[in-house]
Design a protein around this ligand. Structure first.
Ligand code: SF4
Ligand code: SF4
Length: 105
């Protein structure tokens, strides 16, 4: 099991700062397919839950508790890290550039 970022994500980036295993990665913001969300690598997430409480819009769920309307995001988070399929996976991003620029603090 892992934690999952749902479609609620508004790219605040706080989750990246607290993840102890650095398994949260933004979709490149200019990427039409992936640029709307941040994603959690399910193979690396240790289910610590630290990201859940810092997420302003409460977009992160343990996989087993994700609401039905966001169940598709389980596969989407995993697919993001499937580099063999040509998907972004881990990349050398600048968090301040990728996070929501409307953020006030
Ligand atoms: S803290 Fe929440 S809104 Fe911000 S990037 Fe992470 S999941 Fe998305
Ligand atoms: S549950 Fe913990 S390990 Fe998993 S993404 Fe959130 S902060 Fe990272």
């Amino acid at each position: 099991m892992a934690h999952v970022i749902s479609d609620i994500c508004s790219r605040e980036g706080d989750c990246v700062e607290v993840c102890p295993v650095d398994c949260i990665v933004p979709g490149p913001k200019d990427d039409k397919k992936w640029g709307d969300l941040f994603f959690i690598d399910p193979d690396t997430c240790i289910d610590c839950g630290a990201c859940v409480s810092v997420c302003p819009p409460e977009a992160i769920f343990p996989e087993e508790d994700i609401p039905d309307e966001y169940k598709g995001d389980i596969e989407r988070n995993a697919a993001f890290f499937d580099e063999d399929a040509g998907n972004p996976g881990y990349w050398d991003f600048d968090l301040d550039e990728e996070r929501n620029t409307n953020r006030e603090s």
